[in-house]
Design a protein around this ligand. Structure first.
Ligand SMILES: Cc1cc2nc3c(=O)[nH]c(=O)nc-3n(C[C@H](O)[C@H](O)[C@H](O)COP(=O)(O)O)c2cc1C
Length: 213
């Protein structure tokens, strides 16, 4: 069993990242790679792992979907009273990780979250399929539920109550925007001698360093 894992080994030779091709602006570099991920065979290219820290300093992670990005930051939507929501209230520092294995790439972004406007959350919430809106409406995300049946009966009740009505945006549901303070772009290379570039905000300037693999 163990020896099978030993033999799992891919060569990383799909691409390179050099000082010459790297943009001085990490948002432009992100856009270039994100657009390549969108047209690649990478599954769920907008899925990212969000790391947060609880009140004991214990890191936790989960996948969420990136729903917008630009110079202002990186946006995702969730429940503000979920485990991550509670942690972010106590400590707004986050890490985002895009695991683009198909491209042999990884991007890590560190930053701080703030809530998006209620209007922004309303707009996104109502753009979702009605089934997703109803599920968010009945789910106290990360709270304990007694059974699958309980969830399904909550959903059925909400479907009946809200028949022919708009599903209201739940009070505790909305977006976070991550303002980045650093970015790391990782490109897998032959013999594990990978390319890594780290951008760190120094005042209003992004300082770029190449890191050892
Ligand atoms: C592919 C994928 C996409 C997901 N997208 C979201 C999302 O956009 N928002 C969200 O709240 N949870 C999303 N989840 C569920 C989260 O990973 C997580 O289970 C949930 O947010 C509760 O996390 P928490 O208890 O740490 O707060 C997604 C899970 C997967 C696997």
């Amino acid at each position: 069993m163990k020896s099978d894992i030993f033999t799992l080994r891919n060569e990383y030779s799909k691409s390179t990242l050099s000082d010459f091709e790297l943009s001085k602006d990490p948002f432009i570099q992100f856009t270039t790679w994100f657009e390549e991920a969108l047209v690649s065979e990478q599954i769920e290219p907008n899925a990212m792992i969000v790391g947060t820290v609880d009140s004991h300093g214990q890191p936790t992670q989960r996948t969420v979907l990136l729903k917008g990005y630009g110079e202002e930051g990186f946006t995702f939507y969730t429940n503000y009273k979920s485990r991550k929501g509670i942690q972010l209230k106590g400590n707004p520092r986050v890490n985002l990780l895009f695991p683009w294995y198909h491209l042999q790439r990884q991007i890590i972004i560190s930053g701080t979250v703030s809530k998006v406007s209620r209007q922004n959350s309303e707009q996104y919430f109502h753009s979702r399929p009605r089934g997703s809106q109803l599920s968010a409406f009945v789910s106290n995300q990360s709270g304990e539920v007694s059974s699958r049946e309980e969830l399904e009966s909550r959903l059925q009740k909400a479907e009946e109550e809200l028949k022919n009505k708009e599903v209201p945006l739940p009070r505790d549901w909305g977006g976070y925007i991550v303002t980045p303070s650093s970015f790391e772009f990782w490109q897998g290379r032959e013999n594990r001698l990978h390319d890594r570039f780290f951008y760190e905000l120094e005042g209003s300037h992004w300082k770029i360093s190449r890191l050892a693999p």
